[in-house]
Design a protein around this ligand. Structure first.
Ligand code: ADE
Length: 291
């Protein structure tokens, strides 16, 4: 609680604007935050739809604590502070001007239908973003944090094109695509991004499960934002397929080398998966793997 107090922002400093994202329990709005010298910065404010819902409040507080534990890193969305007095709980976040990587990939797919050369022209941007996400993952691992929801929808792109890992909690609520309810459970889970050890009943997550999800993220980039495993639904079905050595097929728009890297991330036994730093070094050593 002391940590929270240190990061308190008085709500009178915030002026809300357009909605950036909306889910069942909360939404994110664009806002301005007045600074001491009368200047202001644009921020993103995450708040609950029903601030009286104790479970939702708990989830948002948990997300705040994780962000506090995470600390500052160039490739993780920054926490500017939190409003908790005299009104609803509000999380004040660094604003990402270009929105999510998933939307960027959809735009790129539409552009590439008109003109194929955009893919080659923009390749280095996406290569660079993947290296940046790896740097963010290395930072999380160094803080012993597991994100559990690495996917293109949760990578935000800031002004200079920097990729940042976002959404440490409510994400599974914010963007419903790709999430599924486990039988008998209330949580919406990103099954198609989850490593087998997370899909199983024991639901184990380590920094190596984030590496598995990163492999699926590489696949999403090479597939220009398509959804993985089309037509394959359910945790059990997915788990059985993975156990029987089934993997996402090689996207047409990537090299054999890049696909081999994805397959490394999808090693069934997490002990044999590379860590984020090894994946980053491999990306850097072969910077023309997409498109
Ligand atoms: N959507 C969700 N979080 C956001 C952020 N921090 N910046 C921009 N759009 C967002």
């Amino acid at each position: 609680m002391e940590l929270l107090k240190e990061r308190e922002i008085h709500r009178s400093r915030l002026q809300g604007g357009q909605i950036l994202g909306e889910g069942a329990f909360g939404h994110v709005v664009k806002a301005t935050l007045t600074q001491p010298e009368d200047e202001y910065v644009v921020v993103a404010v995450k708040k609950l739809k029903d601030d009286d819902d104790p479970q939702a409040r708990q989830a948002l507080l948990r997300e705040t604590c994780i962000m506090l534990l995470c600390g500052n890193h160039d490739n993780v969305i920054g926490l500017k502070g939190i409003c908790f007095r005299d009104g609803p709980l509000q999380l004040v976040l660094e604003y990402a001007e270009h929105g999510s990587l998933l939307h960027l990939l959809w735009t790129l797919r539409a552009e590439s239908k008109l003109n194929r050369t955009v893919l080659v022209n923009k390749r280095h941007i996406f290569e660079n973003m993947m290296v940046e996400v790896c740097c963010g993952l290395e930072h999380l691992a160094s803080r012993r944090l597991v994100h559990r929801d690495i996917a293109a929808r949760n990578i935000l792109i800031c002004g200079k094109g920097t990729a940042k890992i976002a959404d440490f909690g409510l994400a599974r609520d914010m963007y419903a695509v790709g999430y599924h309810r486990q039988d008998g459970g209330n949580d919406l889970l990103p099954l198609k991004w989850m490593a087998p050890e997370g899909l199983k009943n024991e639901a184990r997550f380590t920094h190596k499960s984030d590496v598995w999800s990163f492999g699926v993220l590489l696949w999403e980039v090479a597939q220009l934002g398509r959804t993985p495993y089309p037509g394959m639904e359910g945790a059990d079905r997915l788990y059985d397929a993975l156990q029987n050595h089934f993997r996402l097929p090689r996207p047409q728009l990537c090299t054999e080398g890049r696909y081999q890297l994805m397959l490394q991330c999808w090693k069934f036994n997490e002990k044999t998966r590379p860590d984020a730093s090894t994946v980053r070094q491999q990306l850097e050593a072969d910077p023309n793997g997409f498109f």
